[in-house]
Design a protein. Sequence first.
Length: 199
Amino acid sequence: MIKIVSALFVKSSSNLDEAVAEGTSEVAFLGRSNVGKSSLINALACKKQLAKSSSTPGKTQLINFFDITYEDNDKNRFEVRFVDLPGFGYAKVSKEMKKDWHKRLNDFIKNRVSIRVFVHLIDARHTNLDIDVGVFEYLKSIIRPDQKILSIYTKADKLTQKEMGLILKKDKNATLVSTLKKRGVDEANQKIFNMLFKV
């Protein structure tokens, strides 16, 4: 089983031009505002305040970069970068600002060569929202051969066993996570690592 042994905040940027220089394999986290992105990143890294969450859903409009070091059972280390993308769906901003924000985000997602894995976070209680379906279809339409998509369903502690079973029946590759109960976090870390380093 792999684990994260180091996690450091690098910088925030508002667009591709201000981003950290490419070179390290990147894992981009995206999902609706309030889906639990910051909580998941913190849980994966075992570092409570690594990614800061805003009390106002959709307020954070910056792209945040974190340098991550994984370690396997043989003490081999692997350098990765986590990229926390702005949440979507709730922001109370003007239409012009939202349009500009979406354009910058779209440019980053499509043109950032270092992104190897897209982690699409979905609220396990609301799995069929149009906005999530749209994001998944969008990712599938732009994904390169060297990129992968991992769907992670958050807030799984709010579900019954039957409800969790229905998600797994519909999406056999689903990863169900509860950061509150610390469930599924190790599995999510292992899947991310495998997508980056296992052929």
